[in-house]
Design a protein around this ligand. Structure first.
Ligand SMILES: NC(=O)c1ccc[n+]([C@@H]2O[C@H](COP(=O)([O-])OP(=O)(O)OC[C@H]3O[C@@H](n4cnc5c(N)ncnc54)[C@H](OP(=O)(O)O)[C@@H]3O)[C@@H](O)[C@H]2O)c1
Length: 282
């Protein structure tokens, strides 16, 4: 039995609340990193076409000898492929690169509201096809703002199972997260430790000292107790292990509130603002 709790999504599927992210892991280092993560106990891997390492993720999962059904795999549609025909082709490529006949979760990586005539709705309808034909067990979005989620709700038949957004103590993204809670959309918190930037914060180091855990464990535990899904990235086996050991302690409500109060609003973002982000690889 894994210590990692499962979160039930709005389509009835279950996702492990803690996973392993592979953004910025070089393809040549990915298989080794994913193998180490699986050895530590992670059973949920978050990749994307954009990360260029889907092949190596699949390779490591196959080499582990674990059942495919015991590992939750997410990938994402890259920004060049929003038009339905391109999305279909890109999804075929994602599955063949991973070497699987399905993914557990497939996401639109960015809404790109200033591109494709602002049409992310037909892209979403294409993901609905992937879910209907069983090749994406669950479908969701990433970096969607409230306005984008409202438009999907008004113009399509399904509600995304998840919205994967930037969330960490310096950018708590409260409004988008709150919308998700009200509408049954699970929040996946990307860059959960702000790529390390929050780990020296005195409020966090003081709580870490008090509970006898590392700053990264405290921040990840804060996410877990708030109910979000996280997948910290590390190429360092000792950190992979540290980040997995989150279920033998609890933060007090006052600790949670103190960490949440570190929010810096828009100034706290480490990544781009989804309203204006418009990068489309050529
Ligand atoms: N949907 C999106 O647009 C989007 C955007 C960004 C990220 N993501 C997803 O979210 C995942 C996580 O986000 P992220 O990779 O940006 O950042 P992150 O997980 O917040 O931080 C990763 C960084 O922190 C370091 N680190 C990890 N554990 C540590 C520990 N215990 N103590 C000290 N340092 C530690 C890692 O170093 P080492 O690797 O050197 O150990 C790495 O530099 C990604 O891998 C990806 O799957 C999605």
């Amino acid at each position: 039995m894994s210590a990692v709790p499962g979160i039930t999504l709005n389509d009835g599927k279950t996702i492990p609340q803690l996973g392993f992210g592979v953004y910025q892991i070089k393809p040549g280092e990915t298989a080794e990193a994913v193998s180490s993560a699986l050895e530590v106990g992670y059973r949920h891997i978050d990749t994307a076409e954009m990360y260029g390492n889907e092949k190596e993720v699949g390779e490591a999962i196959r080499a582990s000898g674990l059942d495919r059904g015991d590992i939750f795999v997410t990938s994402k549609l890259n920004n060049s492929f929003h038009e339905p025909g391109d999305a279909r082709e890109a999804f075929d490529t994602t599955l063949s690169d991973l070497g699987f006949d399905y993914v557990d979760l497939f996401l639109i990586h960015w809404p790109l509201p200033t591109k494709y005539n602002g049409d992310y709705v037909s892209t979403w309808k294409t993901l609905e096809e992937f879910q209907s034909d069983g090749r994406a067990r669950s479908i969701g979005v990433s970096n969607f703002q409230i306005e984008h989620l409202e438009r999907l709700a008004a113009e399509t038949g399904t509600v995304p199972a998840v919205n994967q957004i930037e969330v960490h103590p310096y950018f708590t993204n409260g409004a988008v997260r709150g919308y998700g809670q009200e509408h049954g959309i699970a929040t996946e918190a990307w860059s959960p430790i702000a790529q390390g930037k929050v780990l020296d914060d005195p409020a966090i180091t003081q709580i870490a000292e008090k509970v006898g855990k590392s700053p990264a464990q405290v921040v990840l535990r804060w996410h877990i107790q708030r109910g979000d899904i996280v997948f910290p990235k590390s190429v360092t086996p000792s950190r992979m292990k540290e980040n997995f050991e989150l279920f033998d302690f609890e933060l007090e409500p006052t600790d949670i509130d103190e960490i949440t109060a570190l929010d810096r609003g828009e100034d706290g973002r480490t990544g781009p603002n989804p309203d204006t982000f418009a990068y489309v690889p050529s």
